[in-house]
Design a binder for this molecule. Structure first.
Ligand SMILES: Cc1ncc(COP(=O)(O)O)c(C=O)c1O
Ligand SMILES: N[C@@H](CCOP(=O)(O)O)C(=O)O
Length: 485
């Protein structure tokens, strides 16, 4: 399988090369040259598979430069009940991504039901662990094979950072340099990252928003000489491996909510950088019977605005709100470019022209192109949620179902309510656990949310972080100093 850049000006590459390379050299994002279609017989056969085997079946449709038995072993090592064991009481950790039904709906295919697809049972209590644990094992495998090292440069709004650091800590051929927005994450999120003392982990808090940090990551990646010399890699969802690993749980969620392949499911996805829902779009394009993909934003509603109006207008950092679902405080959704590539018929020239407008501080309006009418074919609908909505949803979910959800999942539930229908189940992707956002949970419920074992006193641990202005050269100098040392 070869991979192409969304901007059409980079040579096609194999999976292992783009795994280590991250961003394409023309500034675009990699996608497979075509999406494999799954047959009805495959869907039927995959229904009964344990998660690790399902992951192998799906990943092997995209990865043909790792021997099948090695890839299978990596999947089996990654997707275990031990790694994803932080389940809520009554949930089955062996399923890796169990479904909790808030309303079971009618019949065995849960018509009209409302479920949470639990994605946050991994080591850092957010859905990022689903892909990041795999990435850690893939990096280790490919780097060993090639006798190479990598210096990962990432950006986080709260969850990617800790997931990457937990997946890579202690690995001898990987260093992680992680940029986070200074003072903009929850106390728990900060402590998860900054309390790590491993020698290969470096936390940098930039005096800006997530988008500033992501811009720095892209600028460093676009300095090809620096990237080559310092072997810079990516763990954000600009790295295709993140997205493809996320495709797997859409299949697992579908199988958990249906009993036959002629049944459809709607899925609601709390969204920021568009990586999670982009994986849903790919699963749907492969033939998984997802009817609606509900894109749920917080007050940073760039994506909701696009799906309502056809206008994509990223905001500046000054216009980006600091909210109580901080991991979604994103106004330039990098994976959106992957969706637009598919929408415009996979034409790199068109994408390049649209992103020239965006990158010069502007916007694009699909209504001025032949593509506006095509958006509906992709199943997307959208909505946004506010702080008051989050508090009300957290309260109502606890009161009605006895289930405590985090602030991002609350955004998903709030928007999902607008789109529920009686003839299919609605699955809301549970992207983090409530314990990560204790301040807001206390505000909503008057008490602290449950905390899985092993996280007591996290915030009291000593922390190590370098604070820096938003300055690409300062970040490069920091990397240089630590790698050369
Ligand atoms: C808890 C949580 N929910 C939702 C999101 C949004 O996901 P995405 O950026 O893939 O759209 C994030 C960050 O990515 C997150 O950490
Ligand atoms: N919400 C993320 C931001 C980065 O998204 P990614 O999926 O591109 O890594 C976070 O919590 O860090």
């Amino acid at each position: 399988m070869r991979y192409l850049s969304t901007r059409g000006q980079a040579p096609a590459q194999q999976f292992c090369d783009i795994l280590l390379g991250g961003l394409a050299p023309d500034g675009g994002l990699y996608l497979p040259e075509s999406y494999p279609r799954v047959t009805d017989a495959e869907l039927t056969a995959w229904r009964a598979l344990p998660y690790a085997e399902l992951a192998f079946e799906i990943l092997s449709r995209f990865i043909d430069d790792i021997p099948a038995e090695d890839l299978r072993a990596i999947c089996r090592k990654t997707y275990t009940a031990q790694v994803y064991g932080n389940v809520r009481e009554g949930s089955d950790a062996t399923r890796i991504t169990p479904v909790t039904w808030l309303e079971a709906g009618e019949g065995a295919n849960h018509r009209g039901g409302l479920g949470l697809l639990e994605l946050s049972n991994g080591p850092t209590l957010a859905f990022k662990d689903m892909a990041m644990q795999l990435l850690g094992n893939l990096f280790e495998y490919v780097l060993e094979q090639r006798g190479e090292q990598i210096n990962i440069l990432g950006a986080t709004s709260g969850d990617t950072g800790s997931a990457a650091e937990y997946a890579m800590r202690g690995k001898h051929n990987v260093r992680v340099f992680m940029l986070s927005p200074n003072g903009r994450m929850s106390a728990f999120q900060r402590a998860q990252m900054y309390s790590l003392q491993d020698e290969n982990i470096f936390n940098i808090a930039v005096e800006g928003m997530f988008d500033d940090a992501q811009d720095i990551v892209k600028a460093v990646s676009n300095d090809h000489a620096f990237k080559k010399q310092y072997k810079i890699g990516a763990v954000n969802s600009i790295n295709w491996a993140r997205v493809v690993a996320q495709v797997v749980y859409y299949f697992a969620g579908y199988f958990g909510a249906t009993e036959r392949n002629d049944q459809v499911v709607d899925m609601a996805v709390p969204s920021g950088n568009f990586g999670n829902i982009c994986a849903g779009h790919i699963a749907r394009t492969m033939g998984l019977p997802i009817r609606k993909l509900v894109c749920a934003t917080n007050e940073n509603d760039v994506l909701d605005e696009f799906f309502r109006t056809g206008v994509y207008r990223p905001r500046t950092s000054a216009e980006t709100h600091v909210t109580s679902s901080p991991s979604m405080d994103i106004s330039k959704a990098s994976n959106f470019e992957r969706f637009i590539f598919d929408l415009v018929g996979r034409n790199g020239d068109t994408v390049r022209a649209l992103w020239q407008q965006v990158e010069s501080g502007g916007a694009f309006d699909l209504n001025e192109t032949p593509f506006a009418d095509k958006v509906a074919e992709f199943g997307f609908v959208s909505g946004s949620s506010s702080h008051a909505d989050r508090l009300a949803t957290i309260r109502a979910t606890r009161d009605a179902y006895g289930v405590v959800v985090d602030t991002h999942t609350a955004d998903g539930l709030k928007v999902a309510a607008q789109y529920r229908e009686a003839d299919a189940p609605m699955l809301v992707l549970e992207t983090a656990q409530a314990a990560k956002f204790e301040e807001t949970l206390r505000e909503a419920l008057g008490e602290a949310p449950p905390r899985p074992a092993g996280f007591d006193h996290l915030e009291a641990l000593a922390q190590r972080v370098e604070v820096m202005p938003v300055d690409v050269n300062r970040v490069k100098a920091f990397i240089r100093a630590h790698v050369d040392a």
